[in-house]
Design a protein around this ligand. Structure first.
Ligand SMILES: [Zn+2]
Ligand SMILES: [Zn+2]
Length: 153
């Protein structure tokens, strides 16, 4: 498949997702559609798209390298528990003029704010822990069950 077609498939896959996918997630999505594609190719293509200004990398310590097809200026909510990255827009975060950082020899081009917290799935850690515990208990019971059967024999 020509590089341009591969690139188009990867790009449209990125645009279809709003969850800031990782390279692996994009790879999983496109491997059926692009025969023989490698994870490295997907990674390189995403990097190229980012370098061309068609996508951006969203990097936050709580989340592994992810890509974002949303090129509008926007901000992110990062779940520090599961690493989910959610788009966030609020007019109060829009500054009319970027501050002057030239004293540091730095030219500001853009900015993005990352808010950290817990997503809706993770915001009740007690509940989540309870659910995990219940699941573990159920799993343990499943493992124990065959032993009981053996005992009956
Ligand atoms: Zn979460
Ligand atoms: Zn985003």
């Amino acid at each position: 498949m020509p590089v341009t077609v591969q690139r188009r498939v990867i790009f449209s896959t990125l645009l279809e997702r709003e969850d800031h996918p990782t390279v692996d997630q994009i790879f999983d999505d496109v491997k059926e559609r692009i025969p023989g594609v490698s994870r490295t190719t997907v990674y390189r293509t995403l990097e190229t798209l980012a370098n061309l200004g068609l996508a951006r990398r969203t990097n936050h310590f709580a989340a592994s390298a992810r890509f974002d097809g949303n090129m509008e200026q926007h901000h992110h909510l990062v779940c520090t528990r599961c690493g989910k990255v959610i788009d966030f827009q609020d007019p109060s975060l829009t500054v009319a003029d970027l501050p002057d950082a030239r004293r540091s020899g730095f030219t500001l081009l853009d900015y993005s704010v990352y808010f950290e917290g817990f997503c809706s799935d993770c915001k009740q850690p007690a509940k989540a822990a309870k659910a995990r515990q219940a699941k573990a208990t159920r799993a343990a019971q499943k493992i124990e069950a065959p032993k009981e059967l053996n005992r009956d024999k």
